[in-house]
Structures are given as C-alpha cells and as structure tokens.
Design a protein around this ligand. Structure first.
Ligand SMILES: [Zn+2]
Length: 159
C-alpha cells in the first residue's frame, strides 16, 4: 500500500514538473515573439488529435496493435506531445497579441511534402531530416523546408 503522504509527495513532484514546463514554455514563447515580426504555426485542430491516436486498420488486421500495444503507445505519446505543443502555441499566441505582432494558424496538410521552391507535392522528396525535391532538385533541411511552406501559407492569408 502506498501511504497518502507518499501520494502527496508524488502529486507535489508532478506539480513541480508541470510548473517548470509552464515557466520554460513562457520563456520560449517570449523569445520567439521577440525575434519575429510575425509568427505562423500549423493548426493542429485541423488534423485533430483524436484521429492520430486511432490505430491504423492494417495494425488491427495484422494483430500488431493488440499484440504489443506499440501503436496505441505511439498514439498516446503523440497526443501527450500534442498537448504540450498546444500549450506552447497558446502562449506564443498570447505573447504575440500582447506585443502587437501578427499570429497565423495555417492548414498543416502536406507542409513537409511540398517543395517550397516549385510547389510539387511528393512524399518521396522527404528522407527523414532531409528534403530533396523529386521535381526540381531543391535541397533543404526537412524542418526548414516545412517552415517555409507554413510561412508562405500565412502570407497567402493576408493577401
Ligand atoms: Zn521542387
């Protein structure tokens, strides 16, 4: 049996950890807003966190999902990191509004598969961290490339 004093201690540690994360997120949010003239992010609500946590039909059919629970665990980890990401985004949005800077949420569809130079969408252009366009040969870090697409989408909404 775990004593209530022990449980209180655990609860306190959880709170301490959450407080630290919140404080850190405010530091990051303020830093981002200070450095930028405008901020654009992928709108996670468009995809929906629920859909991501669902196991793929193939996983269920082949028993992979039920056998080792890997897919379920991945979904859970993903939703936890999404929640944390969402909390950071909220702080950035707040900090941007406070300092009068523009904040955009854009459709995240294909941001990592679209070439920011020629606009061709191809999953084969992406190799992990590297992006090499199968159409025009443009090379970039995959995250930077996706960020450029997010920026372009934000700019489009203003014109
Ligand atoms: Zn291209």
């Amino acid at each position: 049996m775990i004593g209530s004093a022990h449980l209180t201690k655990i609860a306190r540690l959880h709170k301490k950890h959450a407080d630290k994360r919140t404080a850190y997120q405010w530091i990051v949010a303020n830093k981002i807003v200070r450095k930028a003239d405008a901020i654009s992010v992928e709108d996670l609500n468009i995809k929906g966190m629920k859909a991501r946590c669902k196991p793929k039909p193939d996983d269920v059919k082949q028993g992979r999902f039920f056998k080792n629970g890997q897919s379920a665990k991945r979904g859970l980890n993903r939703s936890i990191s999404d929640a944390s990401w969402g909390a950071l985004i909220e702080k950035i949005e707040y900090a941007a509004a406070k300092s009068g800077k523009s904040f955009f949420k854009v459709d995240p569809k294909n941001t990592s598969r679209t070439c920011s130079k020629c606009g061709v969408i191809d999953a084969l252009s992406r190799f992990g961290e590297k992006f090499v366009c199968t159409s025009c040969g443009y090379e970039a870090h995959a995250d930077k490339q996706a960020a450029l697409n997010i920026k372009t989408r934000a700019v489009k909404t203003t014109s």
